[in-house]
Design a protein around this ligand. Sequence first.
Ligand SMILES: Nc1ncnc2c1ncn2[C@@H]1O[C@H](COP(=O)(O)OP(=O)(O)OP(=O)(O)O)[C@@H](O)[C@H]1O
Ligand SMILES: [Mg+2]
Length: 255
Amino acid sequence: MTEDAVSISKTAPMISMRNVDKHFGSLHVLRDINLEVPTGQVVIVVGPSGSGKSTLCRTINRLETIDSGDIAIDGVELPAEGKGLAKLRADVGMVFQSFNLFAHKTILDNVMLAPVKVRRIGKAEAKTHAMELLDRVGIGNQADKYPAQLSGGQQQRVAIARALAMNPKVMLFDEPTSALDPEMVSEVLDVMVQLAKDGMTMVVVTHEMGFARRAGNRVLFMADGQIVEDTDPNTFFTAPKSDRARDFLGKILSH
Ligand SMILES: Nc1ncnc2c1ncn2[C@@H]1O[C@H](COP(=O)(O)OP(=O)(O)OP(=O)(O)O)[C@@H](O)[C@H]1O
Ligand SMILES: [Mg+2]
């Protein structure tokens, strides 16, 4: 690598999307998305149902293909497939609304699985790291239980620990608390706030405005596959510019 290339990669944004378009059949779900997320930034994505929030997240680690445009993680373009893709995908952790834990494996095994199978890390080392992560999300004492023996909030914290076990550079969260009973929401958000404080680059689809204000550096408002507003949380929630954003906020605030 030349010196120039080194300095470019150092200043590259952690996530870069350029002119990204995606259709599902005739439906245009992402329209010319341009987005740069610097390292350590916490981006909150909001918008009406069907606006493309989940699809945006899923394209960032190529769970969905794109029709055109470029996506790069930490200065490296995502290849469409192959070994390079598997490696880059491992750099991007993802947490979904449904926790997707393996029901027949213990909590500890759930967290150890990918590092052992994908990263080929030794079991002893993987276990030590997994226990550290489970302690970090506050459930080290549940390590030998099975997912069904935990509450939804605890299961979601396991899902976060499992994603962190791969040492990702980026964490994507797609409505991580919307399937939880209200009393469990804050225990998951607290873990995410701490992750943000620790400097993780995060993209979070959520309508939890308290979290957005507490941990978010930036809000993207999406409508019809486009980023319609891109501003700081306070400005977005107090003075949205577009009628669509005002209308959307009116609906979620009246809940
Ligand atoms: N696999 C798919 N095949 C066809 N259409 C899809 C597929 N996934 C999503 N869509 C459509 O793409 C559009 C964007 O969906 P997406 O799930 O990204 O929206 P969203 O903003 O996450 O919505 P929600 O708030 O309901 O989760 C929607 O119209 C949806 O019906
Ligand atoms: Mg969605």
